[in-house]
Design a protein around this ligand. Structure first.
Ligand code: ADP
Ligand code: MG
Length: 179
């Protein structure tokens, strides 16, 4: 698990953008977190880095938005449990097969129904209105094989010296470690 801290919505967008640069066709990113945690902000930064020029808005009522960038981006909201089947019915598996990348808000509920291969991003409120903690976890070989580049891509958001320091991914080492 890699835990990170952002200090503004734009900071979260930039973090998401560095992950988007690693995205490949068929990838799934599950965005878990309470309302207002920043899932849609994350999606905006992710899409921007993929070259999406349209503005990315919450798909709460329509369930799924698709955008075209370097890769096709599918942005889904599984906020309500019954949305789960609908999102799948809306063709999510086929879109992934065709090379789209999917960002699914409230994705932890969707996970068992979907490919067991995804990047989970769990967002939580931090201290103050503008701070958020994001913990990343890879499940399955797709993102798992990119763990090293993923870790490097988000290095600047790592916080050392508090409880948000990452654990369990090799040797965190002292500050300034060049791994
Ligand atoms: P969600 O999709 O999880 O419900 P949104 O992305 O729609 O959340 O909303 C997050 C809100 O929190 C936005 O108003 C955003 O400006 C604000 N915000 C403040 N700080 C941050 C941060 N560090 N990361 C993301 N959003 C933040
Ligand atoms: Mg949202």
């Amino acid at each position: 698990m890699i835990c990170l801290t952002t200090k503004s919505a734009e900071d979260t967008r930039e973090l998401a953008g560095s992950l988007a640069n690693l995205a490949r066709p068929g990838d799934v990113v599950l965005l878990a977190g309470d309302l207002g945690a920043g899932k849609t902000a994350f999606a905006q930064g992710f899409g921007r880095a993929l070259g999406v020029t349209e503005s990315i808005t919450s798909p709460t009522f329509v369930l799924v938005h698709t955008y075209q960038g370097r890769l096709r981006l599918v942005h889904a909201d599984a906020y309500r449990l019954e949305h789960l089947g609908e999102i799948i019915d809306l063709g999510l598996p086929e879109l992934l097969d065709e090379g789209a990348v999917a960002l699914i808000e409230w994705g932890d509920r969707l996970a068992p129904a979907l490919a067991p291969d995804f990047l989970e991003v769990r967002l939580e409120m931090g201290a103050g209105d503008d701070q958020r903690h994001l913990c990343l976890r890879t499940v399955g070989p797709g993102w798992g094989a990119r763990l090293r580049s993923l870790t490097m891509a988000v290095a600047r958001w790592r916080v050392t010296g508090d409880e948000w320091t990452s654990e369990g991914q090799g040797q965190p080492g002292p500050r300034g470690d060049d791994q």
